[in-house]
Design a protein. Structure first.
Length: 125
C-alpha cells in the first residue's frame, strides 16, 4: 500500500480545506466538494457531515477512487473506511484544528453519524 510523503502529510494536514472529487463508474471525476481534512499520525482523514447519507460520501462508494487537492498538492487517492479505533483521535484533531469555529460547527463532524462516514485517504502511486 502506498504511503504519504512527509511533505504531502504536512501540506495536506495543515491545509484549512481539501477539495475531493470521486470517480464515477465510467472513471470520470465528479465535481469537487470542499471539506475539512485532518491528519492523525501518518494518515489523512475526511468526514461527511451528513453521515453515510451524504451525496459526496455515497459518490466515494462507487469506485473508492478519486482526486484530492489541498495545500498545493493534487493527487489521485483511494478511499477506504477508517478504523473505528481511531475515531476518538480523529475527533480530537478536528476539535483542535478547527476550534475557532466553535462547538456547534465542529459538532457537525464529531458525532456518531459523521464518524460512520470517516474516510481514510490513501495515495495512488
Amino acid at each position: 500500500m502506498a504511503t504519504w510523503t512527509s511533505d504531502e502529510l504536512a501540506a495536506i494536514g495543515e491545509a484549512e480545506d481539501l477539495d475531493l472529487a470521486s470517480r464515477r463508474a465510467d472513471g470520470s471525476l465528479r465535481h469537487p466538494v470542499t471539506m475539512w481534512v485532518v491528519r492523525v499520525g501518518d494518515d489523512l482523514y475526511v468526514r461527511c457531515m451528513n453521515g453515510r447519507a451524504g451525496a459526496w460520501y455515497r459518490g466515494t462508494r462507487t469506485r473508492h477512487q478519486g482526486r484530492i487537492s489541498a495545500g498545493g498538492i493534487q493527487t489521485d487517492v483511494t478511499f477506504t473506511d477508517a478504523d473505528p479505533a481511531v475515531y476518538e483521535r480523529i475527533d480530537e484533531v478536528y476539535r483542535t484544528k478547527y476550534r475557532r469555529y466553535g462547538d456547534n460547527i465542529i459538532g457537525g463532524v464529531v458525532n456518531p453519524e459523521s464518524r460512520a462516514a470517516t474516510i481514510k485517504l490513501i495515495p495512488e502511486r
